[in-house]
Ligand binder design. Structure first.
Ligand code: UD1
Length: 430
């Protein structure tokens, strides 16, 4: 298993190109299952989650063509997908186990082919992660669903029909799945308490350009009028706001200055305001954000994770890394996932002073310095928090289980080296 070695203490300066968002690309890719025509996606990040999803879908019969293309003078991936010969309607355990977002096949396959079997996603390191909202909404739309031998088996013999569904939580995954399912359902579907993340707007734009009729973008009430058929279209994956937020902390924690090229400040309002309150200068430009931590005195601040536009849970761990070296105390409250403080014991091994209260709150009392250590995390964002701590720490940090980082951070070492970090990947066979 690969490891990452960081020698901390370098001030990071320069520019980092922000990639397309993994969490936007995943549902966009699955929406290609809704039509027999070609769906072309640009700015798709090169990540193991994308490779997993592509191979799951190729296994079903989806044609996938990968090409390099230039986007604002950066080489990015363009994919052409065509679902004109789908032979399999089963997403097996081996794929779903590796990537929970495999559940995005549910809505499109059931809607277009009237049948789907999905290995039931289990819990994962950050929480139980149920899919009850996805399933109960599909049932309201006419699906018959049974759970057998660890699989969700869904049938819609007469096709799906529109329904009025009210989510008990503003789930991102359920919003995308039900949006995709409703595009080809008979009649009108109304989703109340839909999620409003920018990745959902990206999906709505693609679906509408494929001929879907969706209204209510960026609001919590979405109305979808089903159509008979969708056609091909082209879309560009929106910039990854979580990657941008993560590298913003890299600038702040090393007292450096980084311009996040292609980042969209509008999608990061809460985290940027928190950074400012922590003493970091933030300059928002039309197609980039400058984060300036040079000679800044970092001060503690509280955060509470919430649904978009609230503070994103996917940036909680990275901000906590910054809080460990801030002046004063910070209170972190995690409201989305029940088990998302796995980075805390590892940060403490590097000298941080953090106390967890119950499942949802942690008090971080800033220390003068962190010191390097061998560490590991059990999820993607927590792993990046450890990289950040390593960048600021004295001495050598080895981050184990790098496969988590490869799921969500494109060209991680290259990007950090490019702004002056001392970071190397140690290739190891188990
Ligand atoms: C997505 C993101 C993930 C992020 C999360 C919250 C992807 C691939 N992943 O995950 O990085 O942390 O949004 O911003 O886009 N819930 C239920 N029942 C359901 C579905 C969800 O109770 O059927 C609950 C969850 O337990 C959680 C909350 O709703 O407490 C939000 O989950 P959800 O938005 O669905 O997360 P994902 O889409 O899986």
């Amino acid at each position: 298993m690969d490891k990452i070695k960081i020698i901390g203490g370098n001030q990071l300066n320069g520019k980092i190109y922000i990639s397309g968002a993994k969490n936007a690309a995943l549902p966009l890719i699955c929406s290609s299952l809704l039509t027999e025509d070609k769906v072309i996606l640009k700015n798709v990040p090169q990540l193991s989650d994308i490779t997993f999803l592509n191979s799951l879908l190729e296994n079903l019969g989806l044609k996938v063509i990968e090409e390099d293309t230039l986007l604002e003078s950066h080489t990015t991936k363009k994919y052409t997908y065509q679902a004109d010969d789908i032979k399999e309607l089963v997403a097996p355990y081996d794929f779903v186990r590796k990537m929970r977002a495999s559940y995005y096949v549910l809505g499109p396959l059931l809607s277009r082919f009237r049948h789907v079997e999905l290995s039931l996603p289990g819990g994962c390191a950050i929480g139980a992660r149920p899919i009850d909202i996805h399933l109960s909404s599909l049932e309201q739309m006419g699906a018959e669903i049974e759970i057998k031998n660890g699989y969700v088996i869904a049938n819609a013999r007469d096709g799906l029909h529109g329904a009025h569904v009210i989510f008990h939580k503003a789930s991102v995954g359920a919003t995308c799945n039900i949006l995709m399912a409703a595009t080809l359902a008979k009649g009108i579907t109304k989703i109340e308490n839909a999620a409003k993340e920018p990745e959902i707007a990206n999906l709505i734009d693609l679906l509408n350009s494929m001929g879907a009729r969706i209204e209510g973008k960026n609001t919590s009430i979405l109305t979808i009028e089903g159509v008979e058929k969708l056609h091909g279209a082209t879309s560009t994956v929106v910039a990854d706001r979580i990657e941008a937020g993560s590298y913003a902390i890299a600038a702040a924690i090393t007292h450096g200055k980084i311009e996040l090229i292609n980042a969209n400040a509008e999608h990061l309002q809460q985290p940027l305001r928190v950074l400012e309150r922590m003493g970091i200068e933030v300059i928002e430009k039309p197609h980039s954000i400058i984060i300036n931590g040079i000679d800044k005195h970092i001060i503690g601040e509280d955060i509470y994770t919430d649904y978009y536009p609230g503070f994103p849970t996917d940036l909680q761990a990275q901000f906590m890394a910054l809080m460990t070296i801030a002046d004063g105390a910070s209170l972190v409250t995690e409201s989305i996932w029940e088990n998302r403080f796995m980075h805390v014991p590892e940060l403490c091994r590097m000298g941080a002073n953090i106390n967890i209260h119950g499942h949802a709150s942690a008090i971080v009392r800033g220390v003068k310095k962190l010191s390097g250590a061998p560490v590991m995390a059990t999820d993607l964002r927590a792993s990046f928090a450890l990289v950040l701590a390593g960048l600021a720490a004295e001495g050598e940090t080895i981050v184990n289980r790098v496969y988590h980082l490869d799921r969500g951070y494109e060209k991680l070492e290259e990007k950090l080296k490019g702004v002056g970090a001392n970071i190397t990947r140690i290739k190891e066979t188990d």
